[in-house]
Design a protein around this ligand. Structure first.
Ligand code: SF4
Length: 207
């Protein structure tokens, strides 16, 4: 799979890729990304529109008890762990970073409940840093097109960083998420109308 053809194809599908979560600060984005695990962005947006009306800083979030927060984020699924992580992360932010979300992937990962994917999304999206966050869509698309041959998100991230120019990482992440979500879907990918169907390992392996 040629890098240039892939980038050109993504640019024609998604000329202005945007994160589908809604946020007004790095903290809101961090909370939204934690809520988005195993949940659609659409659902997260419904929940955060209400939640952030009152609870949009670490201090305000910590006025909620675990069960109060659980009831507000219930519809996102895995609400017990998500509430626990959001409260622990907020406490860490106040205690270690003066309530500011750090602009550093390692520091982001040091926050309770923040894994590499979440740290990369926040670094790339909120701070325009160079990072490729590997979520389920990016992992699937990378494997189908042969950019990576691994189910390990970290190894996939390394393979993509080796393959693509640093300046393209942030945009590429957004476009690959959208491509995986709307075109190269997990079930029934739209291979017939895909510009990469003559270069796709998934198609080759099906034949
Ligand atoms: S040809 Fe099908 S499987 Fe391959 S990238 Fe396109 S949509 Fe995905």
């Amino acid at each position: 799979m040629e890098v240039k053809k892939f980038i050109d194809g993504l640019n024609s599908f998604f000329p202005e890729p945007k994160c589908e979560l809604e946020y007004n600060s790095p903290y809101e984005l961090l909370v939204a990304v934690i809520l988005s695990a195993q949940c659609t962005d659409k659902r997260v947006v419904q929940v955060t529109r209400e939640l952030f009306k009152e609870y949009n800083t670490p201090e305000k979030m910590l006025t909620l008890t675990q069960s109060e927060l659980e009831s507000k984020i219930h519809s996102c699924g895995f609400y017990h762990n998500k509430a626990k992580n959001i409260l622990s992360m907020s406490k860490d932010l106040i205690e270690k970073f003066n309530s500011e979300v750090p602009k550093d992937i390692n520091k982001l990962q040091s926050l309770a409940g923040v894994g590499r994917k979440t740290a990369n999304v926040v670094f790339s999206e909120a701070f325009k840093g160079d990072a490729i966050a590997v979520d389920t869509h990016v992992l699937r698309v990378s494997n189908r097109l042969g950019f990576a041959k691994t189910e390990d998100p970290y190894k996939c991230e390394q393979a993509l960083m080796n393959k693509f120019d640093k300046k393209d990482w942030g945009r590429l992440h957004l476009q690959m998420v959208l491509f995986g979500r709307y075109k190269c879907k997990s079930q029934k990918p739209d291979c017939e109308n895909c510009p990469f169907n003559n270069m796709c390992e998934y198609i080759k392996n099906k034949k």
